[in-house]
Design a protein around this ligand. Structure first.
Ligand SMILES: NC(=O)c1ccc[n+]([C@@H]2O[C@H](COP(=O)([O-])OP(=O)(O)OC[C@H]3O[C@@H](n4cnc5c(N)ncnc54)[C@H](OP(=O)(O)O)[C@@H]3O)[C@@H](O)[C@H]2O)c1
Length: 314
């Protein structure tokens, strides 16, 4: 089968197509024919030697964790999926999943049935970013109706899901983004939008119960000042530095790190929200398998609106 691999850490140019044997599903696993694969910042970071490179080890390896496709075979013990089912998932994260391949095998419970109202490209855009937003809001901070939530990088992959999940949960949602994306963010549910390029968010968005910081560094530190005592700042990229922990303690705020994990049950709940029309999946661009380097370049620009996807099936 065709796959995209790399023999060394480096820029997008290290990515190249290879031919490798098709994997076999072990007991409790499914073999999925991949139709589309979503791209995330962790792909570009890992390709360059950061991200999950510490887990994957030295190249060669096959990147990508976001897949949608069709179940081709099921291993012994699989009762919830069958051949022909259309599924999506974020298998094996943070270990190697090899989403940039024509087939992947993974535990059946790492997948869920695709939302029935969107195509494979949009389904592949959901798992990693959607699960990140879902698990932060529901598992890490236990969001409640009426809370005030500030989401930094609201227009990105994780951010646009976080805005919508927080709205569904009944929160008051503020998002930071450049001005061109404000109308769209209001359309998907943001109550307040802040152009971080012209306005300091501290000047217009105080008293937050929850801040989801998808930027890191100084931005996380500044976020402490707009969080109520007793509130929570989720420091997603970079985690909690000593400076951040000290500033949080001084203000009586919790600063917590976060790492997403595979979760078929949450994907079933997310699919139901998409099919009910309560959550939209924004796909900025779909790339061909041969355009993988361009897809990584766009990801690394840090400017994508919603998600980027690669069509793996011919
Ligand atoms: N720990 C985990 O489990 C986990 C999981 C998922 C993601 N992450 C990390 O979380 C971060 C976000 O991921 P993502 O997939 O959402 O990224 P993404 O889709 O690449 O984010 C792109 C968006 O970021 C916005 N942006 C850039 N700089 C900004 C700033 N200073 N203020 C506000 N918005 C800004 C851009 O909007 P403009 O063009 O308008 O600036 C763009 O729409 C990445 O660092 C990623 O590695 C961590």
């Amino acid at each position: 089968m065709r796959a995209i691999s790399q023999n060394e850490f480096g820029g997008p140019e290290v990515l190249h197509e290879i031919d490798i044997p098709r994997p076999e599903p072990a007991p409790t696993e499914v073999l999925v024919r991949v139709v589309s694969a979503g791209i995330n910042p962790v792909d570009a970071k890992t390709r360059a030697g950061g991200g999950m490179a510490g887990v994957l080890g030295q190249p060669p390896f096959v990147l990508d964790w976001d897949v949608s496709g069709v179940v081709e075979e099921v291993g012994f013990g699989v009762h919830t999926l069958k051949p022909g089912d259309e599924v999506y998932g974020m298998p094996w994260f943070p270990r190697q999943a090899g989403g940039f391949s024509e087939y992947v095998t993974a535990p059946s419970r790492h997948f869920a049935l695709n939302p029935s109202t969107v195509d494979f490209d949009a389904a592949a855009a959901v798992p990693l970013a959607g699960l990140t937003a879902w698990q932060i809001l529901h598992d890490a901070v236990h969001i409640k109706t009426g809370q005030r939530v500030l989401i930094h990088a609201a227009a990105g992959g994780v951010g646009h899901f976080a805005v919508q999940f927080a709205k569904v949960a009944g929160a008051h949602v503020t998002g930071t983004a450049s001005a061109a994306k404000h109308d769209w963010l209001r359309d998907i549910g943001a109550d307040q939008v802040i152009d971080y390029r012209s306005t300091r968010f501290e000047d217009v968005a105080g008293d937050q119960d929850i801040v989801v910081d998808l930027i890191g560094g100084e931005n996380a530190l500044r976020s402490i000042q707009v969080t109520k005592p007793g509130g929570i700042v989720v420091a997603v990229p970079g985690g909690v530095s000593a400076d951040l922990a000290a500033a949080a303690e001084k203000r009586g705020v919790s600063a917590i790190p976060f790492l997403v994990e595979p979760d078929g049950h949450a994907l079933t709940e997310i699919a139901a929200l998409i099919d009910a029309g309560k959550v939209q999946v924004e796909v900025e661009q779909v790339f061909l398998f041969s355009e993988i380097a361009a897809a990584h370049q766009r990801q690394e620009s840090g400017r994508a609106q919603g998600k980027l996807v690669v069509r793996v099936a011919p």
